[in-house]
Design a protein around this ligand. Sequence first.
Ligand SMILES: Cc1cc2nc3c(=O)[nH]c(=O)nc-3n(C[C@H](O)[C@H](O)[C@H](O)COP(=O)(O)OP(=O)(O)OC[C@H]3O[C@@H](n4cnc5c(N)ncnc54)[C@H](O)[C@@H]3O)c2cc1C
Length: 504
Amino acid sequence: MLSRLASDRKSRVVVIGAGIGGLTAAALLTRRGYQVLVLDQAIVPGGCASTFKRKGFTFDVGATQVAGLEPGGIHHRIFTELEIDLPEATPCDPACAVYLPGETQPINVWRDRRKWKAEREKQFPGSDRFWQLIDNLFQASWAFQARDPVLPPRNIWDLWQLTQAVRPGTLTTLPYTFLTVGDALRGHGLEDDWRLRTFLDLQLKLYSQVDAEETALLYAATALSVSQSPQGLSHLHGSMQVLSDRLVEALEKYGGKLLMRHSVEKILVENGKVKGVLVRNQKNQEVGTEPADEIVANVTVQNLVQLLGRNAPQGYKQRVDKLPEASGAFVVYLGLDETAIPPGCPPHLQFMYDRNGAIGENNSLFVSVSRAGDGRAPEGKGTIIASSFVDPKPWWRSEDYEAMKEKYTQEAIARLGQFFHLTPETILHQETATPRTFARYTARDRGIVGGIGQRVPTFGPFGFANRTPVKNLWLVGDSTHPGEGTAGVSYSALTVVRQIEAMQ
Ligand SMILES: Cc1cc2nc3c(=O)[nH]c(=O)nc-3n(C[C@H](O)[C@H](O)[C@H](O)COP(=O)(O)OP(=O)(O)OC[C@H]3O[C@@H](n4cnc5c(N)ncnc54)[C@H](O)[C@@H]3O)c2cc1C
């Protein structure tokens, strides 16, 4: 296959996976003159940021909101280099309306910084110094990230890129490297502020996989500040699929190739260096090998170890085995009559129900709501997508599966019914995804989602590098810095592309 691509190009790269991370790396490498072949086991590209259609409704599988579309933002930078149009998008304002247990008025995460500051002062009196710290750390961390540091560094070139990105402002963040948000709350005498802590738990879990007590403070500073302008979150017109469609368009424009329904079963290694992949064509079950000079794996780090099999370096495998349990997701997709959605409903809402319960497992739901004319539903109709983090393990006990799915679905719909007008008449389509569904459609190990968690021992400088211990094997996606989200995995892709170029 690759031999049919232009032979005057730089080395041959096989990209495993057409998620946003894989497609971004593939399109950039093709644009920069490499021979690129992307293989994906699914039917449509996009992975956790793809979509599916039912009865005239279009549902985003996982990701529903996008950061990094503003000038200088990561998607903007990449689309500019690829010379493709940025998808049309509507800014989310508020980015999220957060309802704490028993409260009927939300905490609105406004897009305008001053408005958000005023909201915080009203909602969380006495917390200004904590938020000032978050803001200062964000400004320094954001400027640092914009200079494209390589984290964590694994050789001299990586280290050079990292030191080049450091400025005096960056050094002010260093003393906070080993602190969590929980530490910062205690440092400001806010450890017993239940409303503030619960708000932070809810928001941070979305981005870092863990609550305020565990989330690394430097990571949290960014996660808690990107919803405001000049950054901000947006809803894409049509659906999330448009992001991957544009990247595929760029890949093909520059001569790269994408094969869907092709599963990579093994990464082939010789003398500590990659030499190709073993691929199964799902349409005819034929198995063949594909040679490669470089392999970019757009998979979870757990899947990477499985694909390497006995070629996985022992130390690397042990590190992966010791990772804390990752989350799965339970998602309810509803196609509705528009009367089910309250007028003026914000695009994203977050609810927590039982004050004494944990975050996740349906006790908290993150809800994305379509807007009239945004391409997700026929006229007079709308969609809502509600997700909750869950422990993936129980979903794999086959005897419980169907009953558990039914229980979670009924519970989620009953809870959503406290805000939306949900009746047999207004619900026109209903479907759910569990960790098993994510495992099937995205091939992610046990259906885990969202990366390795942004705890102090696993974030940024202490996380998994894009440069793996196997020569010419690169890891891209939400297991690497700066973590989950379409913007995060695009940074990860850009780093890999720069590293591959620097090796030539
Ligand atoms: C419920 C939910 C809500 C989310 N909400 C948001 C949000 O609003 N905004 C946001 O930015 N992010 C959100 N995220 C996170 C975001 O979707 C992901 O972090 C991001 O899309 C991951 O991209 P990726 O490229 O790392 O990998 P993936 O999306 O996992 O893509 C990997 C691709 O590789 C393919 N693949 C895997 N193994 C193989 C193999 N062996 N052979 C061939 N192909 C293979 C898969 O089929 C898949 O297409 C959400 C995630 C979930 C689950």
